[in-house]
Design a protein around this ligand. Structure first.
Ligand code: APR
Ligand code: ZN
Length: 399
């Protein structure tokens, strides 16, 4: 905390300096609690409530991050609508970046003052998935859900524990995060660009490069050209795919996708997207197809539009329990591969710095990706814009 000009915990100086620079609305004098503004989902189907919550100080192996920017991603929306289960109440927000302002005991992976990209799978490094190299599938992370790795929460309000989406919970001014969930950036980036690397970039570019392993010259079709789909398109372009066919139900999204490397577009709102993709690929279908919306029908379409020996990668999270009707014989006779991709099959701590370098060297167009900025108070408006199909990505910006 030294050198920041304010102190979070204890003593009269805390209150005075916090008020003086206006960064904190107030601080609690007892019990090492920070009062922070956060967007809380108290009940499924309700708008997010912007209110003050208590944030405990970081425990061993955790860091306190002052959030700089948080992306408006459809994954949070799934929880708000009840399409995906999560412990309630919860602070959502899993695509973020910020600055480490305090480290808990024993932290070695980040230091105070580091700009960090937040990873929504802070890996334990010890479970079977981690040891096999699949830290994006960490077993302890999955088992502890929207709690921190010790199974407890640092967020509380109205006498209740409040959960942390992805152990990130960055729809708040500050967040306590396991140290493996922060990836330091050398030479700082604009916060909104850094935040994108926390989800849409790593998920989308990773799906193209690490999950599907697209081969140069191949044909690609991407269903759903929102924040994540645009990154799949950028990943396909980085892999030197030949045709990159953007598929969406909104014309504005399709036009926007051309800026990120799409070579062809298919509007699925009025005509069968499977037939249109086949027509564009000489009747074969695409070598690599991606589902990046989240639905059984769009998963089936991604499967059906794949060529013989095609690789179908499902990135979008369908509503809980929804199924996709895959033709079991076609799967065999055409030797298709159907696979999922979670967090781009990436290893956050090693792959996110690669994404940073690709942005810096002009290979990833993150400048055009973020098209709207909001304050935390405008978060429900930001999600209405996502529902209304605004192009590109929105981001909440913090002071
Ligand atoms: N066919 C094609 N595109 C569709 C269809 C459809 N039937 N329905 C919706 N879309 C398009 C929307 O028009 C939008 O452009 O899918 C896109 C989804 O983009 P966003 O809402 O921005 O969602 P995003 O944040 O990109 O997330 C996509 O990936 O990580 C997951 O949980 C996330 O399931 C979500 C998916
Ligand atoms: Zn996301």
């Amino acid at each position: 905390m030294a050198g920041l000009g304010w102190v979070i915990y204890n003593g009269p100086a805390t209150q005075t300096s916090a008020m003086a620079n206006g960064r904190l609305r107030s601080t609690c004098q007892e019990g090492h609690v920070l009062k922070v503004k956060a967007a809380v989902l108290w009940e499924v189907g309700q708008p997010l409530d912007i209110c003050e919550v208590d944030l405990d100080e970081p425990k061993a192996g955790e860091v306190l991050v002052k959030v700089g920017a948080a992306g408006i991603c459809r994954s949070d929306r799934h929880f708000m609508h009840g399409d995906a289960p999560i412990a309630i109440p919860v602070v959502l927000g899993h695509e973020g970046a910020g600055t480490v302002v305090q480290t808990g005991p024993g932290v070695t992976l980040a230091s105070e003052g580091d700009q960090v990209i937040l990873s929504f799978v802070p890996a334990c490094g010890r479970c079977r998935s981690c040891l096999e190299g699949y830290s994006n599938l960490c077993d302890l992370h999955a088992a502890t859900g929207a709690n921190l790795l010790d199974g407890t929460t640092r967020l509380h309000a109205a006498g209740k524990d409040i959960h942390h989406m992805g152990k990130v919970a960055c729809f708040a001014e500050y967040a306590v995060i396991p140290e493996t969930g922060v990836v330091p950036v050398t030479d700082s980036l604009p916060m909104d660009k850094a935040a994108m690397i926390g989800c849409s970039v790593t998920t989308g570019v990773g799906a193209a490069l690490y999950s599907a392993e697209i081969k140069a010259g191949s044909t690609v079709a991407v269903i759903g050209c929102g924040g994540v789909g645009l990154n799949v398109i950028m990943g396909a372009a980085l892999a030197s795919a030949g045709q990159i066919i953007a598929v969406d139900i909104r014309e504005a999204q399709l036009e926007f996708a051309m800026r990120f490397g799409a070579t062809h577009t298919v509007n699925a709102s009025d005509q069968d997207p499977v037939q249109q993709v086949k027509d564009l690929t000489g009747g074969r279908g695409a070598d690599y197809t991606f589902e990046v919306f989240g639905g059984g029908d769009t998963t089936k379409a991604a499967y059906d539009m794949a060529a013989k020996r095609g690789v179908v990668t499902v990135v979008g999270i369908a509503p809980w329990g929804q199924e996709a009707a895959i033709n079991a014989v076609d799967l065999v006779r055409n030797e298709k591969t159907l696979r999922g991709s979670y967090y781009g099959s990436a290893r956050s701590r090693t792959d996110m710095p690669v994404m940073v370098d690709m942005y810096r060297s002009g290979k990833l167009n993150l400048d055009d990706l973020v098209v709207r900025h909001y304050t935390l108070d405008q978060i429900n408006e930001a999600y209405a814009d996502l529902d209304n199909g605004e192009i590109g990505r929105g981001a909440i910006m913090f002071d």
